[in-house]
Ligand binder design. Structure first.
Ligand code: ADP
Length: 228
């Protein structure tokens, strides 16, 4: 489904920074992959490649058989629509309710009012927020906000969810719940890419772990642990 073929990324700032170096790996549909590594190891750069937000300096990234970086700008929204994203800082619209935040993602994707009315309560139920769908983000806990963000990420039925440090701002109980929800979504067939620093998450998920160090893949464990 996803194939990184000898991908390197060098940023030219004040000096040259090698963010990714000769990264190759393949991902099958339905996998749950955790990307771990110290700060600066290249995790975010790798996710930006998948979203076509950055181009590789060399190498190729394929999504199915499509070379992501051969896409025209006008074709990139089609790719991004197939990928749901969840971030550490939630990125919810503060003046919209949980329901409206999720509905907005459907409106942008051109879905009809009937589809929105049917699907939004359904996904908010899936993340156990059915009873709080008319709360604004300011009236929700951190864990609840992240569940809204997950509902928004899945509502257009993407093939892939990218979760970039989704539990970075959460306490252990909420972290556990978010990981359980991501696992549930994965069990329903969606491929999940998770970046995390949290050793506990990696140990409990017991799925594939790719470890990055200074832009290189130093481990790729089928049912990994965290060994940095
Ligand atoms: P991580 O997500 O693992 O913390 P990043 O992918 O954000 O790592 O960064 C990898 C390296 O690339 C770091 O050394 C970082 O400073 C550098 N880097 C990331 N983005 C840029 C940029 N836009 N310009 C210059 N250097 C960058």
């Amino acid at each position: 489904m996803i194939y990184f073929d000898q991908v390197s990324k060098i940023y030219n700032g004040t000096g040259k920074t090698v963010a990714l170096e000769d990264v190759s790996f393949a991902v099958e549909p339905g996998e749950f992959i955790s990307i771990v590594g110290h700060s600066g190891a290249g995790k975010t750069t790798l996710l930006k490649m998948l979203l076509a937000e950055e181009d590789p300096t060399s190498g190729t990234v394929f999504f199915e058989s499509v070379n992501i970086h051969g896409l025209r700008d006008s074709e990139k929204p089609m790719l991004r629509r197939r990928i749901g994203t969840v971030f550490q800082d939630f990125k919810l619209l503060p003046h919209k309710t949980a329901y409206e935040n999720v509905a907005f993602a459907m409106e942008v994707a051109g879905r009809t009012e009937d589809e929105i009315a049917a699907d939004v309560p359904h996904v908010l139920d899936l993340v156990d927020l059915g009873s709080k769908m008319f709360n604004f983000p300011g009236q929700l806990s951190g864990g609840e906000r992240q569940r809204v963000a997950i509902a928004r990420a899945i509502v257009n039925q993407p093939d892939l969810i990218i979760a970039d440090e989704p539990t970075g701002n959460l306490d252990p109980v909420n972290t556990y719940e978010i990981v359980q929800i991501l696992r549930k979504i994965n069990d329903m067939g969606t491929t999940v890419f998770l970046t995390t620093h949290n050793k506990g998450i990696i140990d409990s998920v017991k799925k594939r772990v790719i470890t990055l160090d200074q832009g290189r893949i130093v481990r790729d464990d089928k049912e990994g642990g965290y060994t940095l």
